[in-house]
Write a protein that binds this ligand. Structure first.
Ligand SMILES: [Zn+2]
Length: 152
């Protein structure tokens, strides 16, 4: 399932990316473009505005009620009955929403801190922003938090 989040739901979009979902963020105030993307790309439009839902044609709208991003992600997963598989977690760039690509260890030398380079063998790169990801301890903590959120 793919998403597009309106400008009030940027943190929710990032959390969806952490779980491996394709989640665009629409930063504009006018939702016409977001509605078009939802309709043509088969995305669920996430919004906090009920009016958007009333006017929506040709795409699915989910009105998010919770205020806290952590509750919002639970709400979206529950309402859509989604159970994202753990092996999809951290498969996307949190900044750009691009799917990450595996990159050989020798190509990241000098591009990540030395201790990180020595510590890990598995690295991924975002094809758009070139940001390099590795399985760090902060990711472990996020995984635990997410596991709690989605009740695994
Ligand atoms: Zn990126």
């Amino acid at each position: 399932m793919k998403f597009i989040a309106d400008r009030t739901l940027g943190k929710l979009a990032k959390k969806l990316r952490v779980l491996g979902f394709d989640a665009l963020y629409w930063g504009g105030g006018n939702l016409e473009g977001a509605a078009k993307a939802a309709a043509t790309q088969g995305r669920v439009l996430l919004t906090r505005s009920r009016r958007v839902k009333e006017k929506a044609e040709g795409f699915q709208v989910l009105v998010v009620e919770a205020n806290d991003p952590r509750e919002q992600i639970s709400e979206v997963l529950a309402k859509l009955k989604l159970q994202p598989p753990a092996d999809q977690f951290f498969s996307r760039c949190l900044m750009c929403n691009e799917a990450l690509l595996a990159i050989p260890k020798d190509e990241v030398e000098g591009r990540v801190p030395d201790f990180i380079y020595r510590l890990y063998d598995s690295f991924h790169i975002c094809p758009r922003c070139q940001r390099i990801y590795w399985p760090g301890t902060h990711l472990q903590r996020m995984r635990e938090e997410l596991a709690k959120t989605i009740g695994e």
